[in-house]
Design a protein around this ligand. Structure first.
Ligand code: SF4
Length: 161
């Protein structure tokens, strides 16, 4: 039975940069969790960052694949380069997915780690753009199918489930 790697903040864990969760309530997710198919994981904590922490963004016009390839940085709101922690967390997410038998992932949208269709601009100005985060890029490169919360109906219909 395949399992699902899920952003820990979606599962109610208070691991976001501001010390809050981003709890996602959905009957499918509740059922998968009850069936033991959910693996909660926070790549930023796994990479060594603390709660709370300053918000961070991928450089403008770049995405998670660029960060993994060394073509872009992740920078927090004070201008500190936090790329190494994001890359380390992404690598640990892949390891966790592989050791736990995860074939799919459900990740928080717009995060520089977990975003899969949206990112913040990279200018720390509150605007969003199309893009995907560092952990999403690493999981997709490892063969996982990554979904955002608004795509959970498609995830539920995925033939692997
Ligand atoms: S890195 Fe992912 S799991 Fe961790 S707080 Fe950010 S969005 Fe949630």
């Amino acid at each position: 039975m395949s399992r699902l790697l899920v952003s820990a903040c979606l599962m109610g864990q208070k691991v976001r940069y501001d010390g809050q969760a981003k709890t996602f309530l959905h009957t499918c997710l509740t059922r998968w969790d009850a069936d033991g198919r959910v693996v909660p994981f926070c790549p930023e904590l796994a990479g060594g960052l603390a709660v709370p922490r300053l918000p961070a963004e991928i450089e403008p016009e770049r995405d998670g694949a660029d960060v993994l390839a060394g073509r872009a940085k992740v920078v927090d709101s004070a201008g500190v380069d936090v790329t190494a922690a994001f890359v380390a967390g992404a690598r640990m997410a892949v390891k966790m997915a592989q050791t736990q038998g995860c074939t799919h992932a459900l990740l928080t949208e717009a995060s520089p780690s977990c975003g899969s269709t949206l990112l913040y601009s990279g200018h720390h100005d509150g605007t969003r753009r199309a893009g995907f985060g560092v952990t999403t890029a690493a999981l997709q490169a490892a063969g996982l199918a990554v979904y955002a919360p608004h795509q959970i109906d498609a995830l539920a219909l995925d033939c692997a489930w």
